[in-house]
Design a protein around this ligand. Structure first.
Ligand code: DGL
Length: 260
């Protein structure tokens, strides 16, 4: 497989699966992937130094995503998982044009949530960038009936600090959810991989409402693509390497979230 500049991308079964996010949120996808693919080697890159992606322009997120993918390819990745809804929206199509290895992306789980919609509403939580993107508009045209899209600028930062509960995040969510507290909410879409770590606190505002994320579906798609390309590792031991552009402190948070 040729890359720009003529470098060769390793395409054997030994290479790791490269996965990335703007920060620590993608660890929620990684955990699901490790569970379903225990024999694979995973190389996770959290771009904490440049987080958040969700309030940047599409061009900025595309540029940052390309840098990260170049790094993962230099490390011999056999496939890429964009464990970030925002980066998928901004960069997946361009990356797939540029590189021929499997590139798996994510999207807010409006499709499964639409099955729970009757006469109330589905609350879709995502970054401003995801909600403003063309990909989301397309998804909304298919499964948007009853969906209210709520951008959450500033929410991922709580997860980056491991602040999953406490007065500050409660106050943030109190304000965010106040228009919906008296409404008939039938499902909540966690359309950003960081929000998956906030399940408990979000559920405390909406007891009994199903919270839906796209992690399982993403890993299913990863398995399907690896299978199609004959790239599934079927022997040996799996492993996980965590790297962050934010340095040791961010890496320690990623390790803690792996155990959470
Ligand atoms: N975790 C990312 C997502 O799934 C976004 C967080 C951010 O960088 O704003 O959309």
């Amino acid at each position: 497989m040729e890359r720009e500049g003529g470098a060769t991308v390793r395409e054997d079964k030994i290479g790791p699966i490269g996965m990335f996010d703007s920060g620590v949120g993608g660890i929620s996808v990684l955990k699901e992937a490790v569970k379903q693919l225990p024999k694979e080697r995973f190389l996770f890159y959290g771009d904490t130094l440049h987080a958040p992606y969700g309030t940047k322009t599409r061009e900025e997120v595309l540029f940052l995503s390309e840098q990260v993918v170049e790094y993962l390819l230099d490390r011999g990745a056999k496939a890429i998982v964009i464990a970030c809804n925002t980066a998928t929206s901004a960069a997946a199509a361009t990356l797939r044009e540029k590189y021929s290895l499997p590139i798996i992306g994510m999207e807010p789980a409006l499709k499964p949530a639409s099955m729970l919609h009757k006469d109330g509403m589905v609350l879709s939580l995502a970054t401003p960038g995801t909600i403003a993107g063309e990909k989301y508009a397309h998804l909304f045209s298919l499964y948007g009936e009853g969906v209210v899209s709520q951008p959450c600028p500033g929410l991922m930062e709580f997860v980056e600090r491991m602040e999953m509960d406490g007065p500050r995040i409660r106050e943030y969510l109190e304000r965010l959810f106040s228009p919906y507290r008296e409404k008939k909410v039938e499902a909540i879409v966690l359309g950003c991989t960081h929000y998956v770590f906030l399940r408990k606190i979000i559920a405390s505002f909406f007891p009994k409402v199903p919270l839906i994320d796209g992690n399982e579906g993403t890993v299913r798609q990863l398995i399907r693509r690896l299978n199609e390309e004959g790239l599934l590792a079927n022997e040996g031991e799996g492993s996980v390497e965590l790297i962050s552009s934010g340095g040791h402190e961010a890496e320690a948070i990623m390790r803690a979230l792996m155990q959470a």
